[in-house]
Design a protein around this ligand. Structure first.
Ligand SMILES: NC(=O)c1ccc[n+]([C@@H]2O[C@H](COP(=O)([O-])OP(=O)(O)OC[C@H]3O[C@@H](n4cnc5c(N)ncnc54)[C@H](OP(=O)(O)O)[C@@H]3O)[C@@H](O)[C@H]2O)c1
Length: 339
């Protein structure tokens, strides 16, 4: 299975990534048990299929250790040069409060050690409480660590446009913001995408396949109860569907997507991914991977084969136009995470 060349993009001039990133929240334990050995084997299968870019976080259970183990095995089996073909993006999600250089450096050191790297490719910073301005201190120290070579590029996750603007105005160079962005949640279109376009900042998106809800598996199905939704991801995005317009409207969306998908001989998930890949400022879509448990590599590859036309967009927009406005309801990107 070879991915077409359009699959890759320059996140920055010196960092080339696969536009479909493998998300590792799914190994955290909140989505079912993961077997370590099977998981690492599966990482090779993703990598060899062209899915070379990983999204993880300090708090996604063993995710950073998996990258460390994957890299060790890669170096042992294929030589250290092979390591250059892996991109691994982690996050730092600290509790709010005072930030010193020592606190910041110590946390980065832990990620470096766990992942077995000298430099983090991309460090995505999260902050819970905008009432506590220490996020700017943290970012200044992170920028120092970047300038010293411990971090290649500094990025954010779940920041809203107002605070991204404050950071940019402080002269702190940010290359990307990771946000929820899907056919259900189009809040980034209000302010975030235009801001990112104007400031050369890229978006990495999650929730784009709604934990799997945006697929044939839920088409024509009765509304699932919480007990049926077996992963944290499905439960999270079912709540989003409820806020957006409810199960009835979601079924209308799935039907419209199925129509479009059949025309292109691809899947509903492919259309959901393609739609977001085509949005302004979007560099990549992160799709969660339950390593060693379930995989959709071949299907997801087909997202790169589809070109949505005006008729497809008309059909999709006809349904989206009936939904509630999540920006009005929840706020800007990441506002659901503020404490
Ligand atoms: N920054 C943040 O706050 C944040 C929040 C959430 C997620 N994330 C990142 O985004 C990643 C994605 O997580 P997510 O929660 O948003 O989940 P998601 O990517 O929307 O959903 C992942 C699930 O979708 C299903 N799936 C994938 N491809 C499919 C296909 N072609 N057809 C049918 N089903 C398919 C799989 O379900 P099965 O495994 O059941 O088959 C998979 O586990 C995370 O791992 C993490 O890296 C970041």
């Amino acid at each position: 299975m070879d991915l077409p060349r359009t699959v890759m993009t320059q996140l920055t001039p010196d960092l080339r990534i696969c536009r479909l990133l493998n998300g590792l929240w799914q190994v955290s334990g909140a989505h079912g048990a993961i077997d370590r050995g099977a998981a690492i084997e599966d990482m090779f299968a993703y990598h060899d299929a062209g899915f070379t870019t990983w999204d993880l976080a300090d708090h996604y259970g063993p995710a950073e250790d998996f990258i460390g183990e994957f890299r060790r095995r890669m170096a042992a089996n294929r030589g250290v040069e092979a390591l250059a073909s892996i991109q691994a993006f982690t996050k730092w999600v600290p509790e709010s409060g005072r930030m010193t250089r020592q606190i910041v450096e110590e946390n980065i050191r832990v990620s470096l050690r766990r992942m077995g790297v000298d430099t983090l490719d991309l460090l995505q910073f999260h902050w819970w409480d905008y009432g506590d301005a220490n996020y700017l201190e943290a970012l200044r120290y992170l920028a120092e660590l970047r300038d010293e070579g411990k971090i290649r590029h500094l990025a954010l996750t779940n920041f809203d446009t107002e605070h991204l603007n404050i950071i940019v105005e402080q002269g702190i160079r940010i290359v990307s913001n990771q946000v929820q962005y899907s056919l259900i949640d189009r809040r980034p279109e209000v302010h975030m995408s235009p801001f990112c376009q104007a400031h050369d900042i890229q978006l990495l998106t999650y929730g784009t396949v709604g934990g799997g809800l945006l697929s044939e598996g839920y088409l024509g199905q009765p509304e699932p109860t919480r007990g049926v939704l077996t992963t944290a991801s499905l439960r999270k995005y079912k709540q989003m569907v409820d806020a957006w317009g409810g199960w009835g409207l979601f079924q209308e969306l799935l039907s419209a997507l199925k129509h479009v998908a059949d025309k292109h001989r691809v899947s509903i998930a492919n259309i959901a991914v393609r739609y977001i890949l085509d949005r302004p400022a979007v560099a990549g879509v992160i799709v969660g991977t339950r390593l060693g448990v379930a995989e959709h590599r071949e299907d997801n590859t087909r997202s790169f084969d589809v070109t949505l036309d005006a008729g497809d967009h008309t059909q999709i927009e006809a349904i989206l136009g009936k939904s509630r406005d999540l920006y009005q309801l929840i706020g800007d990107c990441g506002d659901e995470y503020r404490r």
